[in-house]
Design a protein around this ligand. Structure first.
Ligand code: LLP
Length: 439
């Protein structure tokens, strides 16, 4: 993770700025985002996929998955760096439009898009809509027909693979909401349903997303092999060659010091080998590939900074005293520990300390005992009220999943670059919350 350099006085620096100065200016809690880090990762993905797939004679587009975190500034950075954008709601689309992301560069996802969302997307000319149900095939077709346009669509498929970190399982796991099943001919029916509307829909190909925080590419082999077999089946049955294949996102990042995610080039090379092999073995043409990383682009460059309010030693077990360090945020700004039992680490950010480290747990200010930010960490024994705690790798699925639980205004997102900071999402205020109230 970033957040490793210190000023001569021992304060943490993020993108060349002293966190004490950032906090004096922007308050706590605050999400800091290292702009250069995000741009660097975007470029790394773009170049890695371009070169790896060029080698196997095709093209690969990288769609940044906006669900990880989206704001006007972020949409502009990734567009400037040559990435496309995956959105999954009208809200995300509105941000993309505000940022001026060209429609052709946008893909729309979601398992229950409203008619309004579909209409807005078609109106804006999005490059593709990933359809997820039979109802939706008809809805997109009717919107397209009413506007006299042909909308490019992909069909979301349950590839029967679930991948997470080092493990993947090829399953017949059907019991989840996304996509069409391979079983029972559902995918073939979806293809037929799309092809019924040649005046309104253009079928690009299949899409699957197999999991998140993935550290090994093998799970993609199963998915790619199955999807390529499906594309061939379509060629045989309908006489058309589907030009594209989307492998989804889910590429892992380092949350803890021992995490070793794949570098973008290693990942792209392995995925290219997987696609080339699957196509070769089945005698299929190599399609254009797309991927949708979110976390791997925006996650590592994010650092959340909190202020410590209370410190309480607790006799956790007979032989363990755990220090509970309460900070001024918590599950409202980082829901991941409560939602997924996600693990983070943290550092004392405003100073260094020679005090002996003690077993600590950093907790939030909310009315739940599950309101944990960092479950287990060694922090100096002299941490006290007013100290700053920084949690790295919080750029993805923290601000985007933030809530106003306990009527807590959501923290701002501050972009930092070359020592200078800029608010890209302002802090919410209690006045913002009160503005929602009726009598
Ligand atoms: N494409 C699709 C269709 C997805 O559903 C997702 C994530 C992505 C791409 C991007 O995945 P990424 O590269 O960011 O892992 N909130 C959870 C993760 C939920 C992911 C949902 N879909 C977490 O914080 O771990």
């Amino acid at each position: 993770p970033t957040a490793t350099t210190r000023t001569p006085e021992g304060a943490l620096q993020v993108a060349g700025a002293d966190v004490r100065a950032l906090v004096a200016e922007h308050g706590t809690p605050v999400y800091l985002l290292d702009e250069a880090d995000v741009r660097r990762r975007a470029v790394a993905f773009r170049d890695a996929f371009a070169t790896a797939f060029e080698r196997i004679g095709t093209r690969a587009d990288v769609y940044y998955a906006g669900k990880a975190f989206l704001s006007t500034a972020l949409a502009r950075w990734i567009t400037q760096e040559g990435l496309r954008l995956d959105v999954c709601t009208g809200g995300e689309l509105a941000i993309a439009r505000r940022a001026g992301v060209p429609g052709a560069n946008i893909g729309l996802h979601g398992n229950n898009k409203s008619m309004t969302e579909i209409a807005e997307a078609v109106e804006y000319g999005v490059g593709r809509i990933v359809v997820d149900s039979f109802e939706e095939v008809d809805r997109v077709a009717s919107v397209a027909r009413a506007r006299g346009v042909v909308v490019p669509v992909m069909i979301r498929v349950k590839a029967g693979v679930e991948a997470h970190t080092h493990e993947f399982i090829a399953t017949a796991h059907e019991d989840q909401k996304f996509g069409f099943s391979l079983a029972g001919g559902q995918v073939s029916d979806a293809v037929a349903a799309v092809l019924k509307h040649p005046d309104a829909l253009a079928l690009l190909g299949f899409h699957s997303h197999i999991g998140s925080q993935i550290f090994e590419a093998e799970g993609f082999r199963v998915a790619a092999t199955r999807l390529i077999a499906l594309q061939l089946e379509v060629a045989r049955e309908h006489g058309i060659t589907l030009p594209e294949l989307d492998l989804g996102g889910g590429f892992g990042i380092a949350y803890l010091p021992d995490d070793r995610p794949m570098a973008p080039q290693e990942l792209a090379d392995q995925l290219a080998e997987i696609v080339a092999t699957a196509c070769h073995e089945q005698g299929a043409p190599v399609p254009h590939i797309s991927v949708e990383p979110g976390r791997a682009i925006v996650g590592p460059g994010g650092v959340t900074v909190y202020e410590v309010g209370t410190v309480k030693p607790v006799q956790a077990t007979d032989d363990l005293v755990r220090t509970y360090v309460s900070v001024d945020g918590g599950m409202s700004d980082n829901a991941r520990p409560a939602l997924y039992d996600a693990r983070y680490t943290c550092v004392l950010a405003n100073r260094t300390s020679d005090a002996a480290p003690v077993q600590s747990r950093v907790v939030g200010k909310h009315c739940e005992s599950g309101d944990i930010v960092v479950r287990d960490v060694l922090l100096p024994g002299d941490v006290h009220a007013g100290d700053l705690i920084a949690v790295p790798a919080t750029g993805a699925y923290c601000r985007s999943l933030a809530s106003q639980y306990n009527h807590t205004p959501r923290p701002p997102v501050v972009a930092v670059r070359d020592g200078a900071s800029r608010v890209v999402v302002r802090r919410e205020t209690v006045a913002d919350l009160l503005a929602l109230e009726g009598e």
